[in-house]
Design a protein around this ligand. Sequence first.
Ligand code: PGA
Length: 238
Amino acid sequence: YNSLSSKTSELIMKQVRANPQLLICTATGGTPSGAYQELSQHSTELFSEARFIKLDEWGGIPMDDPGSCELYLQDKLIKPLAIDKERYYSLNSQTDDAESECRRIQSFLDKNGPIALCILGLGLNGHLGFNEPADELRPFCHVAQLTQTSLSHPMIVNHEIDIRYGLSLGMANILTSQHIFLLVNGEHKIDIFNTLLSQSITTQCPASFLWTHPNVTCILDESVAPATWPDGLEIDYA
Ligand code: PGA
């Protein structure tokens, strides 16, 4: 996990050096924490022009709730890297009108997108953000119906607020990113990672759509690596 985190933070910094004003989409959850922690140790100078957008949020919980994606990102990335509020775009979790909040963020992306670098974790059920396994997926920022798997995520499991929906960037928002990093860590992700490696593209595993993208870097720890890889992938054991 430590090497995954260092490698990821190195690769993020490389992208920022090449394009200081880039728009970075940031996932939350256990997987990217270490990478964000490493980034936060570096000089804020490197990030003085970078812009960030939050991938998703739990609906209805306060923005300063310990389970919110907002507090996670504020603590791990936005404050340590001194990102001012003009450079951070964030779905508001506590709104009376979640649909219009999603339209607000979508309209930001329409004007300021596409995302240059999208940092993603892999959901246990194959979700990306709150693009959950379903018969149909949504292209743009939307209010998402959450699966039981997502509602059992450690960030909010046993939360006293009854979380009923999520807010999430959509599949097209993700898939039009110039570069995508998919981080996968831990033995509990082996099954879903193998499903992904089967290269079967299905709405029942939203992450499988990453196979349609020309520029995805998947960074994983040893425990998830399969004995053999599908043909055509560039593998780096660094
Ligand atoms: P995790 O979450 O990084 O905590 O495993 C990933 C996800 O559910 O999207």
